[in-house]
Design a binder for this molecule. Structure first.
Ligand code: FBP
Length: 304
C-alpha cells in the first residue's frame, strides 16, 4: 500500500455527514488516500474527436462498452457529466461516480476567445439524483481555466460548489488548466504549483493538473507541497504506449502525486488492453506496485 495518509474531513462537512464523506472518500481511494479517476468528460470537452480516427479502437464508439469497462475493472471512480449519468448510470449501478458540473467544447480556439466553462448543473441537482436513483455518487467535479479573463467567474462557481458539496458529504475535485491568451505555457511548473495552492485555498479535496514539462523530483514535489493536504492528481493526455503511460504514472506517484485522472489512454485502446491498463494503473496507485510489477500485471491481464 502507499504511505497511509489519514483522510482529512474538511471543517465544512457537518457532523451529520462526516461518516458519509469518509465512506465516499474511502470508496474512491480504495482506502489508500490515492485516487485513480477514469476521466470521461471528453464527449463535451472534445466532442467526437476522441472517439473515431487513426489508432483509436472502434469499441470506443460504444458508450455502453465504456461504462461496462468502468463497471468491471478496479478504477477509483468514473468522472462524467450529469447527463450521461442519467442515461447510463442505472445500467451500471456498481460504479462509483464523480459528476462533472461544468463543461465547454473545443470549437472556439483560445486565440479567438479566452475560455469560460459555465456551470451546467448544481450540487442540489446531484443530491436529488443521488436520492432518487440511489446511484453511488461520491462527489462532484468542476473545471477552472486559470489565466482566462473569466477566471473570477469560474473561481466563484468552484468555491460555491466545493462548499455545497461538503455540506452534503460529497468529495469535491477541481480540474485546473492554465489557459487563456496570457498563458504562454500550460505546463509551467511554477504556475502549476500556483494552481495547486489555489485549489487548496478553495477547499478542494483533490486537484487535477496537467503534468509539468519539467518532471524532475524538485518540480513535482514543489507542486505537491504547494497543494498542502489537497491531493494532486495528473491528467493522462493523448494516447501513448503502455510503457510510457505506466512510467509517467509511476514517476508522478514517486514524486508526490496522490493519483491520476486518465481517459484517452484507457478508452482509446481495444477493450482487453484497456482493462489490462486499468489493472496496471490500479496496482501503481492503490497498492504501491513497482513499475515492473505493473507491467507484468498488464501483460498477464491482456493475455487472459
Ligand atoms: P485525458 O486523459 O483523455 O487527457 O483526460 C483528461 C482530461 O482532463 C479530461 O478530463 C478532459 O476532458 C481533458 O483532459 C481536457 O483536455 P484539454 O487539455 O484538451 O482541454
Amino acid at each position: 500500500m502507499p504511505t497511509p495518509i489519514t483522510p482529512l474531513i474538511p471543517a465544512d462537512v457537518p457532523n451529520t455527514h462526516r461518516d458519509i464523506f469518509l465512506a465516499h472518500y474511502n470508496t474512491i481511494t480504495h482506502q489508500s488516500s490515492h485516487l485513480f479517476l477514469f476521466a470521461f468528460d471528453q464527449k463535451i470537452e472534445h466532442l467526437d474527436d476522441d472517439f473515431d480516427g487513426n489508432n483509436i479502437d472502434k469499441n470506443t464508439r460504444s458508450l455502453d462498452a465504456l461504462f461496462s469497462l468502468a463497471a468491471h475493472t478496479p478504477i477509483g471512480a468514473f468522472a462524467t457529466h450529469y447527463g450521461l449519468l442519467t442515461r447510463y448510470g442505472m445500467q451500471y449501478p456498481e460504479i462509483p461516480y464523480i459528476i462533472k458540473l461544468n463543461g465547454k467544447t473545443n470549437l472556439i480556439p483560445t486565440e479567438q476567445h479566452d475560455p469560460f466553462s459555465e456551470q451546467l448543473w448544481s450540487v442540489s441537482d446531484v443530491v436529488t439524483l443521488q436520492k432518487t436513483s440511489k446511484l453511488n455518487i461520491c462527489g462532484v467535479g468542476y473545471t477552472i481555466y486559470l489565466g482566462s479573463i473569466y477566471e473570477s467567474d469560474m473561481l466563484k462557481q468552484a468555491a460555491q460548489i466545493i462548499t455545497q458539496a461538503h455540506q452534503h458529504g460529497l468529495i469535491a475535485i477541481l480540474w485546473i488548466y492554465l489557459r487563456g491568451n496570457i498563458i504562454r505555457d500550460e505546463t509551467d511548473a511554477q504556475k502549476l504549483a500556483g494552481a495547486a495552492g489555489l485549489a487548496a485555498s478553495l477547499g478542494a479535496d483533490f486537484v487535477k493538473l496537467k503534468m509539468p514539462h519539467d518532471t524532475s523530483a524538485d518540480s513535482l514535489q514543489r507542486i505537491a507541497y504547494a497543494a498542502g493536504n489537497t491531493g494532486v492528481i495528473y491528467a493522462g493526455g493523448n494516447l501513448e504506449s503502455i510503457d510510457t503511460v505506466l512510467l509517467n504514472v509511476h514517476t508522478q506517484l514517486q514524486r508526490g502525486a496522490r493519483g491520476v485522472a486518465i481517459g484517452r489512454n484507457i478508452f482509446q485502446r481495444p477493450t482487453d488492453e484497456a482493462a489490462a491498463c486499468i489493472h496496471a494503473i490500479n496496482a501503481l496507485v492503490h497498492t504501491n506496485a513497482s513499475l515492473s510489477e505493473a507491467l507484468n500485471i498488464y501483460t498477464e491481464k491482456k493475455a487472459k
